[in-house]
Design a binder for this molecule. Sequence first.
Ligand code: PXG
Length: 460
Amino acid sequence: MGYANLSLQQLQTIDSQHHLHPFTDHKDLRASGTRVITRAEGPYIYDSEGAEILDGMAGLWCVNLGYGREELVEAAAAQMRELPFYNSFFRCTTPAPILLAEKLAELAPEGVDQVMFASSGSESNDAAVRLVRRYWAIEGQPEKQVIISRKGAYHGSSIAGASLGGMKGMHGQLGGGIPGIVHVMPPDSFELKEAGESDEAFGLRAARAVEEAILEAGPEKVAAFIGEPIMGAGGVRIPPASYWPEVQRICRQYDVLLMIDEVITGFGRTGNWFACETYGIQPDTITTAKALTSGYQPLSALLVGDRIAEALVERGGEFYHGYTYAGHPVACAVALKNLELIEREGLVKRVRDVTGPYLQAALAERIGPHPLIGETRACGLIAAVEIVADKAAKTRFPEELHAGDKVRDACIAAGLMVRSVDDTIVLSPPLIWGEAEIDLCVDRLASALDTAAASLPGAA
Ligand code: PXG
């Protein structure tokens, strides 16, 4: 590529002159300089200085097959040669989205058989909001508009996505967001469980917050509840086993649709194709993106349950919605190959039976005892560790110390890419990780914790 003869410094200078990054304080970034990742292979990414970093985040919760997969490259190239683009509007389409829709219907939970494509999780969640509201209008209940979501949720960065999400900072910049979204407490047991409260009781209490919100808005006004099975960007909040069955029972009782956002959890991350299976959820919609192509192409798919699909198809007339790149043939061809490889390599079962339990045990046994750690948790290959000032009392460091960022920076310096969500360190590695990569990850995390502890008061 054209940058090979540019130095890191030249790239950083150009970056700071023209490039506005996502979720970034630009003044701060421009003072410190960007890390420029230039290539990647298998489980490793390499920066412009040649540093080899084990990618504990699978890119951004998405590169589930790891890097350098020639078959994905070939799938894209072959599709580009044959037909780089044609649209799915006006009674046309192309072969790849047809076959991918069939494949997704096969993999999806029972009763979810229809697929609507887009290019990002945000777009698909936006479509999901339009679709559930349209559903109730078709069914003669147009006043059912309210969507219940949760504080700390992440559903994307479009106006609808950010409105659905429960991130305080984002809401502060939305100018109000879209109307009709209500946020309830998340099933975040580390932060919100009370002393002496069991996991089960906490899960039920968090679920009943959904019921209270339904009753407050009036069930005749509530269209749907939306939730990530495990909240990802909010800090990998793994709900107690009692949570989802109770949320589902409540939604059924008040005839509220269940919108499940599997943008992070889909395609094997929790040890099943979908976390709906992990938690026994019967969804009305499932939003997927990211690992659908292992991040090799931008693609998302809204999977639509039979109840909504039947109304839309049989009685809905034209649904005035669609994006130019819906069902993009190159992205869909890559997705088909990606799903084929995940199947061929038996990765979902391996996460469930081998690597998931191994990661969970390795974190518990080798990271759990560290004085900075208040909790470790994992479900399949999605995990988190909580950084605390006082291990017994599980109290946090003062915010201005940025303890989580210190641990993250020490991890990267030690050759492990992780993400910090305040003082929670999250991990979402490629599903190709085996025991050797998990061991290396845990070794590097342990040494980073020691390094960070040395610069945190009272922790060393
Ligand atoms: N839903 C969920 C659950 C997500 O995690 C989206 C929707 C939006 O997808 P797009 O493709 O529009 O980004 C996401 C995205 C982070 C981080 O910092 C997480 C996401 C995106 C960017 C950063 O953890 N998740």
